[in-house]
Design a protein around this ligand. Sequence first.
Ligand code: CMP
Length: 139
Amino acid sequence: MAGNITFTMIKPEAYQNGHAGKILDMILSKGFRLSAIKILNLTSKQAGKFYEVHRERPFYGELVGFMSSGTILAAILEKENAVEEYRKLIGSTNPANADEGTIRKAFGQSIQMNAVHGSDSDENAAIEASFFFSELERC
Ligand code: CMP
């Protein structure tokens, strides 16, 4: 059965360029509920742990450097079938291939600076949500 939460980050370039409000508006207007939210700066160690699954990929070092280069916004989103619904809303990993109306089409600059992260499975949504938020921080 599909789960009802997903995890997202608004990445440093999108946050720094002042797009957080518009991105949250797109998310909320699609019927997602915010059940946890925070802004923070990741250390490279924290970013490296979060993206551990990509450790062997050639872009891992750059990805970790980028994700620890500035403020991000992290959130847990709730909706029926949240992982799939949110992946539709964010669009392709590479903004150049993203459909009109998606967050990455509107705000992504490159495959690395692609505005937002979204969990790719229910299992990873649970892992990623707990990486950032304690039980007390979730509503
Ligand atoms: P995200 O959804 O945060 O998950 C992993 C990230 O790795 C992805 O978004 C991209 O920003 C990044 N990524 C994936 N493929 C590449 C690539 N070929 N080159 C650089 N970054 C990549």
